[in-house]
Design a protein around this ligand. Sequence first.
Ligand code: COA
Ligand code: ADP
Length: 584
Amino acid sequence: MFFHTQISRMAELDEPDLVLEDGRVYRNPTEVKMSQIILPCHANHRKELSVGQLLKWMDSTACLSAERHAGCPCVTASVDDIHFEHTISVGQVVNIKAKVNRAFNSSMEVGIVVSCEDLYSNCHWKVCQAFATFVARRTGKDKVQLKPLVPYTHREKVEYSVAAERRRMRLLHVEIMKDLLSDTTFQASLSEGACEGQDEEEEVPTEKTRVESVELALPTHANHQVNTFGGQIMAWMENVATIAASRLCHAHPTLRTIDMFHFRGPSQVGDRVILKAIVNNTFKNSMEVGVCAEAYQGEEPLRHINSAFMTFEVLDEEDRPRPLPRIRPEPLDGKRRYQEAIARKKIRLDRKYIISCKHTEVPLSVPWDPSNQVYLSYNNVFALKMLAARNNWVLSSKKNNVSLYTLEENQSLCVRVESEVNVPAVRAFLLLSDLSRRPEWDKHYKQCKLIIPVDDDDLIYHVLAPSVSEGGKDQDFILLASRRPPCDAGDPYVLAIRSVTLPTHPPAEDMNRGEMLCAGFTIYAVSENVSKISYYNQTNPGVLPYIATDIAGLSSSFCSIFFSCSQYLMDNRVEPSFISTTPL
Ligand code: COA
Ligand code: ADP
């Protein structure tokens, strides 16, 4: 099979091999590789690599990488969304590469890249990347404190930085899903008209798709600490989900997506693992199958190990998805899952769209709503971190210790203004992250009103700005400001700003609605009382022709705003009354 996971930004981050002083090529010390030739025993009836087998290989490669860093046994805590787009056939080779992107306290993010190799044509495809979290565990001991991972290459530094943002998103995921699925207004808004025009005769009762199966966890399924491998559980889950999907369509379904999931509790050798699956809902061309894995030993009560939601399609001879029959859910749980599957589909598509796009491909203003807030916030911070991490900034000018860098590509001009300021980093962060005070130092902000305090880290503002042309209409912006304190020493404080749209604040007739693609600050603590402040702004592609003729004017305008910003920080560096009242 070929795979493309949600975040396909590896190409953007690709960098050539790094040759060390002694002539050796640098290799990440946590990197682990696995290559497997696909034999008939790994394949399904279509002679394609079974997803379950691939998940087992991905999990063991990633686990060995995590253990290399941790120096002790590790277990799979969670796996982010995986999107499967192609298949890998018998006779082809699958190459899996895993490395630790970042270690937190006891957990690590492991990046996994899967590629396929055709031995006859000698073609290689980089086909997927996935992110899994592993937790280090020593039996009978307290929580493990991992040593920090020190990124070495440029790409490792970028992955290290954005891993913190991905971690935030996955830890919030469970709560967000729980809140949305119990929000009846959100559910009602999605299911309006969902059952219209159905012929009850053609509906398939979901009961027909129900599967229950048991597996005995044996030593071959477990590590040397007798913990069942997460990949093995995932493979068993995929097996029952495929049976449920096949019972609905009476054909061989193709797995497209597995939603982000979390292993709630461990399983050991000797466990009887009960796997249950049923089709929760069908859409035009796809169906959601839910799978639940529970375990028990002897007389013990069942332990919940994992629940996952998988999306299948059924392809015709030309590999196009076939329309699927509607289902008739069972009363109570069936109906609830039917509704929840509609909500999950919307959230899943939002997540895929917002997260997988390069930030330059996401439309300038994305509609904000509670169901996509965490992904938009991720996208906002990710875009700024990626911009900051570019290694092709060109120094355009340096005056009074203020450096101005530019970066021109993809029809957009990015500007970075940077200087050291005699203000403690935490103070500068508090002052700058309160956007409602920005009119005090930025002449482009006539007024700035907080309209939605989304959560502690994300706020939505309405900004009024003067007209860009003489006698023209004033401009307004709806801006999402996402603020992040450092995850650990060496990380910067980040304030990322981008446009969003809000149905409650449509463009007004007497204003031009302006849009901001990516802007914000990174603040590094240089010493206790000095911080290095960088301001970033990426102009919209449409604006480039106008400003290209006056880069010098633009530069001096940015420098003068930055100067007033530094002045504002200096003036307020010690006055406690200026601390933002909004908690961080
Ligand atoms: N995704 C990613 N990481 C998660 C997570 C999730 N959904 N939930 C918790 N974690 C991380 C925490 O952030 C924490 O990381 P840190 O120490 O670096 O800060 C770490 O897991 C431990 O969290 P803690 O609060 O101490 O424990 P917990 O009670 O939340 O347990 C697991 C988390 C993963 C250890 C626990 O659920 C578990 O044992 N699951 C089974 C794992 C397993 O055996 N897998 C193999 C297949 S069965
Ligand atoms: P929920 O029931 O809230 O969806 P669970 O974690 O209990 O969450 O189950 C996850 C999924 O596993 C369900 O959505 C359903 O598709 C499937 N499932 C759960 N219980 C059963 C069962 N008894 N038989 C078949 N499938 C089940």
